[in-house]
Design a protein around this ligand. Structure first.
Ligand code: C2E
Ligand code: CA
Ligand code: CA
Ligand code: CA
Length: 275
């Protein structure tokens, strides 16, 4: 079940009450899951819109629960955040995504999602430094994705942190752009390399002129500020074509590739994307 249907506007649904019970059960299982190695990273390509070349992959965590099967991050990341378990889980994700990327060809980037809670952890910087030193990866190949709500809280501390992260040579992407409460003004005060336009705008772009106008405005502003733009959730050729003429630099979505388990590539097992 997804908490959000198509588009940017969530509704209350009856099944949301069951989710509360589900949540309590997941919370206790989550504690042992890290220790027992139940997490896996799937990777989804980010493709340059002009050349079709793969620019990199976004790491997306999945929980292979012993009885429930695969649990998606939308279900357990919020629980991990509320319980603080996101700190050790996030560390595992960071280390594994970087180790994985270090085996890819030079130039291919890895995009890693960071929770706002991880940004507050004093261990983040040393975790990154250690992973970079350990793998010898070019830090320019690491993109850290943060959501715009991070900018609202503790914004002074976060500006300083983002600058420090950038001094390491890593790149910073602003994720889910357009879904939070930030103003376009934030784009001037934070050192982003990339803006990811949320998939809700892409989902509705063929029906809604307001979505088209927002995407056009963001790509043009980003271009002026020297930032790249990625459109997420591209599911159809028509969307891809529209985004190309709108001046987006990269795309990501099921139309290009589902996220997949990279380890299955080297196992010789048939590539089984999600869905
Ligand atoms: P996100 O960062 O916005 O990630 C993009 C989500 O869109 C992923 O869902 C991806 O599978 C999905 N997606 C990709 N292409 C399409 C498409 O064409 N159509 C549609 N409808 N969806 C598409 P996923 O993997 O379920 O992750 C959901 C969210 O959970 C992520 O949203 C991110 O906020 C969070 N998340 C995932 N992995 C991590 C992680 O390693 N760490 C943290 N802190 N959060 C994560
Ligand atoms: Ca992301
Ligand atoms: Ca996103
Ligand atoms: Ca999201």
């Amino acid at each position: 079940a997804k908490a959000r249907g198509r588009g940017c506007f969530a509704r209350f649904e009856p099944w949301m009450e069951d989710r509360e019970r589900e949540r309590a059960a997941l919370e206790s299982d989550l504690r042992s899951a890290i220790r027992e190695g139940q997490f896996a990273l799937h990777f989804q390509p980010l493709v340059k819109i002009d050349s079709g070349e793969v620019a990199g992959f976004e790491a997306l965590v999945r929980w292979d629960h012993p009885t429930l099967g695969v649990v998606m991050p939308g279900e357990f990341i919020p629980i991990a955040e509320d319980t603080g378990l996101i700190v050790p889980l996030g560390e595992w994700i960071l280390r594994n995504a970087i180790m994985q990327a270090a085996t890819w060809r030079e130039g291919l980037r890895v995009a890693i999602n960071l929770s706002p809670i991880q940004l507050r952890s004093p261990r983040l910087m040393s975790q990154l430094v250690t992973a970079i030193a350990h793998t010898g990866i070019d830090p320019g190949r690491i993109e850290l994705e943060i959501t715009e709500n991070v900018l609202m809280q503790e914004s002074e501390a976060n500006v300083a942190l983002l600058h420090k992260l950038r001094e390491l040579g890593v790149r910073i992407s602003l994720d889910d752009f357009g879904t939070g409460y930030s103003s376009l003004n934030y784009l001037r005060s934070f050192p982003f390399d990339k803006i990811k336009i949320d998939k809700c705008f892409v989902a509705d772009l063929e029906q809604r002129e307001d979505c088209q106008a927002i995407i056009r405005a963001v790509t043009s502003l980003a271009g002026t500020l020297g930032m790249d733009t990625v459109a997420e959730g591209v599911e159809r050729k028509e969307q891809l074509d529209w985004l190309r003429q709108a001046g987006c630099t990269e795309v990501q979505g099921y139309y290009i590739s589902y996220p997949f388990n990279i380890e299955e590539l080297s196992d010789g097992r048939p590539l089984d994307g999600e869905r």
